[in-house]
Design a protein around this ligand. Structure first.
Ligand SMILES: NC(=O)c1ccc[n+]([C@@H]2O[C@H](COP(=O)([O-])OP(=O)(O)OC[C@H]3O[C@@H](n4cnc5c(N)ncnc54)[C@H](O)[C@@H]3O)[C@@H](O)[C@H]2O)c1
Length: 253
C-alpha cells in the first residue's frame, strides 16, 4: 500500500474526481479527511472508504471561508495525528465570458483560488510539523487552452498552475512538494450538469468532447485519481512544481 500511515486531506471529496481520489487513497492505506461543502455527500464518501476497510472522517466545510479552511486542516491533524498530503480539488464551475458578473468572479476566485490558498496555508503548518508532505492541485486543460465563454473558470485554473509553481518554490525548504494535474473532460457530476444545461445525452457529449482527444472519449474520475496518487506518493519524490496533463491527448495536437 503506497500511502500506509499517511494522513491525507481531499477537498471537494463528496463527488467526482475528489471522491474517486479519496477512495483510491483509502484503498492505499491513507487516513483520509473527506471535506466538502456538501456534508451529506462527504459522509457518503467517508462511509464508502470505511466499508472497504479504510480509515476516513468527513467534514462539512466551505473552503472559501477562512475559518472553515483552517478547520479542515486542524480536524485532519487532530483526528489522525498530523497532515502529510493535501489534494486541493474543490472548485466551482462558473462557465461564463463577459456575461460573468462581479459576484460570479468573486465566487469563482473565492473558492477556486483564495479557498485553495487558505486550505493550503493551514495544512502546511501541520505538514511542517510532520517533517514534510505533498500537495496536488487540480488545474485543468483550461489552464492552457482557450474555450468559448470560459473566462471566469479558466482564469482560476491558470492561477492554480502558477500557484503550484510558486508554492513549490516556497515550500521546498520544508520538504513539501507541490504539483498539479490538468484533466481534460472527465465524466463527473459537474460535466453531467453541463450536459443537462446544453441539452445533450451522454453519447452526444462523449462523441463531441471525445472527438477533441486522441483517445476519442472523455475520461473517468479514477483515471485522474491514480495520477494524483502517484504525485502524492514517495514514487514522485523528485517531482515538484510541475503539471501533468490527463486529457487523452487533447492538448498534444
Ligand atoms: N470534470 C472535469 O471535466 C474537470 C476537468 C478539468 C479539471 N477539473 C477539476 O477537477 C476538480 C473536481 O472537478 P469535478 O468535475 O469532480 O467537480 P464536481 O462538481 O463533480 O465535484 C466538486 C466537489 O467540490 C465541492 N465543492 C464546491 N465548492 C466547494 C467549497 N466552496 N468548499 C468545499 N467543497 C466544495 C462540491 O460540493 C463537489 O462535491 C475541480 O477542481 C475542477 O476544476 C475537472
Amino acid at each position: 500500500m503506497r500511502l500506509q500511515n499517511k494522513v491525507a486531506i481531499v477537498t471537494g471529496a463528496g463527488a467526482g474526481i475528489g471522491q474517486a481520489t479519496a477512495e483510491v487513497f483509502g484503498e492505499e492505506g491513507a487516513k483520509v479527511l473527506v471535506a466538502d461543502v456538501d456534508g451529506k455527500t462527504a459522509e457518503e464518501t467517508a462511509r464508502k472508504i470505511q466499508n472497504k476497510g479504510g480509515t476516513a472522517r468527513f467534514l462539512q466545510a466551505d473552503i472559501s471561508k477562512e475559518d472553515e479552511a483552517r478547520r479542515i486542516a486542524d480536524t485532519a491533524a487532530e483526528a489522525f495525528g498530523g497532515v502529510h498530503i493535501l489534494v486541493n480539488n474543490a472548485a466551482v464551475f462558473v462557465l461564463k465570458g463577459f456575461d460573468a458578473t462581479v459576484e460570479d468572479w468573486q465566487r469563482s476566485l473565492g473558492v477556486n483560488v483564495i479557498g485553495t490558498s487558505m486550505v493550503t496555508k493551514y495544512a502546511v503548518e501541520h505538514m511542517k510539523k510532520s517533517g514534510g508532505g505533498a500537495i496536488v492541485n487540480l488545474a485543468s486543460i483550461s489552464s492552457f487552452v482557450a474555450q468559448p465563454n470560459f473566462f471566469a473558470y479558466s482564469a482560476t485554473k491558470a492561477a492554480i498552475l502558477q500557484l503550484t509553481r510558486n508554492m513549490a518554490m516556497d515550500l521546498a525548504p520544508f520538504n513539501i512538494r507541490v504539483n498539479c494535474v490538468c484533466p481534460g473532460t472527465i465524466l463527473t457530476a459537474a460535466s453531467r450538469r453541463h450536459m443537462e444545461s446544453v441539452g445533450m445525452t451522454f453519447e452526444q457529449f462523449n462523441d463531441e468532447e471525445g472527438a477533441k482527444t486522441f483517445l476519442k472519449r472523455v475520461g473517468q474520475p479514477r483515471e485522474v485519481a491514480y495520477p494524483i496518487l502517484f504525485l502524492a506518493s514517495e514514487e514522485a519524490s523528485y517531482i515538484t512544481g510541475t503539471s501533468l496533463m490527463i486529457d487523452g491527448g487533447y492538448t498534444a495536437q
